[in-house]
Design a protein around this ligand. Sequence first.
Ligand code: CP
Length: 317
Amino acid sequence: MKHFTSVHDLDSLDEALKLAAELKKDPYKYQSLGKNKTLLLVFFNSSLRTRLSTQKAGLNLGMNVIVFDINEGGWKLETELGVIMDSDKPEHIREAVPVIGRYCDIIGVRSFAKYESKEDDYEEKIIQQFIDYAGVPVVSMEAATRHPLQSFADHLTIEEFKTKEKPKVVLTWAPHPRALPQAVPNSFVEWIRETDYELVVTHPEGYELAPEFMGDLKPEYDQMKAFEGADFIYAKSWASYKDYGKVLSKDRNWTVSDRQMAVTNNAKFMHCLPVRRNMVVSDSVIDSENSVVVPEAENRLFSAQAVIKLLLDEINK
Ligand code: CP
């Protein structure tokens, strides 16, 4: 594996899952693997879980870890080629990225969709420039269209909590006051389609995910119907893809509550966090014993550690 930006970068999903489970049992097993190696985590956007879990993952592997909030301590970056740089952005990404690459062995990047241009976001303009110019492996810590470390942790969590071989997993849109990225739902769908779970995606009309992620999977517009017999409910808000970046609905009938959970197969409730209580999910559901949001967040550590370990193996070859 040269970089990690999606499930398709893994040589073997099964082996990666096994490795994450192994690391969960013994987090310090490969403590000397990252000796004298540096992990540099670049954040263009805020984070709690990704920041802490990826940092800890590097430390568990014996790496030096640098966290860089580029918009706070760094120069504002110009990301377009060919522009006259007379604005408030004194540094170009074309120089910044190779320079960052000289200070580390692996780079993690968080760069959300800007929702200014569908083309720019879906071409992954920012993380792709890191891949093109850094000269070292790049790990996506959530890019414009995918959040693969989250999806890896989600998959690990479903494996841990499932009570049947092929659980029914439902991804449901939920209301939110702001336009949120499509990275988590895109990535979740892409990742779960690699398994033999039954996957159902439900959302109001207008919230269809990009065809490249849905493939031949058709959305179920009736949320109650989608929830029937579900073993896992994965809630997430996202803005429209078709009407790019727009909030088309704030209908709180879609808020996951006891009403919908009652028709499931005693489903576990999942969310990547942070979550807006009583917008996305009711207090009663997220506080119930079926909520696995905290163990899901804990698994972020082991998904990150597995990915970094695989990249270190490649570097050390
Ligand atoms: N789920 C997730 O990525 O959380 P943070 O945004 O806090 O990192």
